[in-house]
Design a protein around this ligand. Structure first.
Ligand code: AQP
Length: 329
């Protein structure tokens, strides 16, 4: 069985972009692949965090993984810091990643370009840690949203570099980016990615949003004055984004089909259909979340996940350290 791995960093509450771009693919993949899904809590602290909020977000993230349909009997679900090998291989990867490569990574570059002050060293080097997160488990595929593709490509480059230098250590993974929904945009500014760090809160639908709030966000989504439901991301970014959301939440319904249904109808009717689909999905997820959040399923899932992940990770780290010459005995 081929192996797949992916993670999410809950720097805030998970949102519809995380669900459409990542989580739903984890769920679809768990029957076909040996799936590893982790919660990237080391990555969270690359930016300042409020400890109480971080703890809540981490617990919610596990509950949402399960509520969205990840099955702990099929997928290995674990917290990154429960497997100490991530940090250790992370440093080794950092020593094999060039400054020039890290300088090209867009997340750090974007924050620097925005003039954000006191950016941490961890934010700069986290792509090397991400390479370790992936390579520890030898996955064949890494499903990601468009924004993370660059990091999987760096992982491939460093893996190949180390394989050439020390012999075959790592499986070189392929990024899997979905055709639809790999970059869900903000509802209030469709030129920007829907993001947890949305300052206004209006453009981002959180998976735990109240239905009325979510509906209002969709109904007030920025569109255009062209008045036709047509897929054209360049000239109609708002409408195209809503079409991607509707398609992703309705079994990959085709854009032609959506265009046909809303031909001659106003944007109000179209937005209502998107809001209905979003609220139906939120209801499904939240019903399950409410059953899980205070049960012991979170604890048992993480304990079992850490046990399985640790065994695989320890073996890989040992092999790498030996190959590099770091072990004495
Ligand atoms: N808007 C999005 N559309 C599609 N996919 C997305 N992903 C994130 N946003 C979108 C995908 O979700 C997975 C987990 O991402 P992450 O939360 O670990 O990191 P991120 O991409 O940095 O997410 P945010 O919300 O933008 O976080 P902040 O605001 O903290 O930087 C990844 O596969 C990602 O591609």
């Amino acid at each position: 069985m081929k192996r797949m791995l992916s993670g999410i960093k809950p720097t805030g509450q998970l949102h519809l972009g995380n669900y459409i771009g990542a989580l739903r693919h984890f769920v679809e993949s768990q029957n076909e692949y040996e799936m590893f899904a982790f919660i990237a809590n080391l990555h969270c602290i690359t930016v300042p965090q409020n400890p109480q909020e971080l703890q809540k977000n981490l617990k919610d993230c596990v509950a949402l993984y399960l509520a969205c349909g990840l099955d702990p009997n099929k997928a290995t679900i674990f917290l990154q810091t429960d497997v100490k090998e991530h940090a250790q291989l992370g440093f080794i990867m950092c020593c094999h990643t060039y400054m020039g490569e890290l300088n090209r990574m867009t997340q750090f570059k974007d924050k620097q370009a925005k003039g954000e002050k006191n950016l941490s060293g961890g934010l700069y080097t986290y792509p090397a840690l991400m390479a370790a997160d992936i390579l520890l488990y030898s996955p064949d595929y890494v499903p990601v949203g468009e924004d993370q593709k660059q990091h999987v490509e760096l992982t491939r480059d460093v893996a190949e570099r180390m394989n050439n230098r020390y012999g075959q250590l790592f499986t070189v993974p392929e990024p899997l980016v979905a055709k639809v929904g790999a970059r869900i945009m903000s509802l209030s500014d469709p030129t920007k990615k829907m993001s947890k760090s949305d300052e206004t809160n209006k453009g981002c639908i959180y998976l735990l949003d109240d239905f009325k709030v979510a509906r209002k966000k969709v109904m007030s989504a920025v569109t255009d004055s062209l008045g036709k439901v047509h897929y054209d991301p360049e000239n109609q970014p708002g409408i195209s984004n809503l079409m991607q959301i509707l398609s992703s939440l309705s079994n990959e319904r085709s854009f032609e089909d959506i265009e046909k249904e809303f031909k001659g109808k106003g944007y109000g009717d179209f937005k209502k259909a998107v809001a209905d689909a979003v609220c139906a999905k939120l209801e499904e997820i939240q019903t399950r979340y409410n059953e899980i959040i205070n049960s012991n399923l979170i604890e048992t899932t993480l304990a079992n996940g850490a046990k399985k992940a640790s065994m695989i990770a320890a073996e890989k780290l040992n092999k790498v350290q030996k190959a590099i010459g770091m072990e004495i005995l």
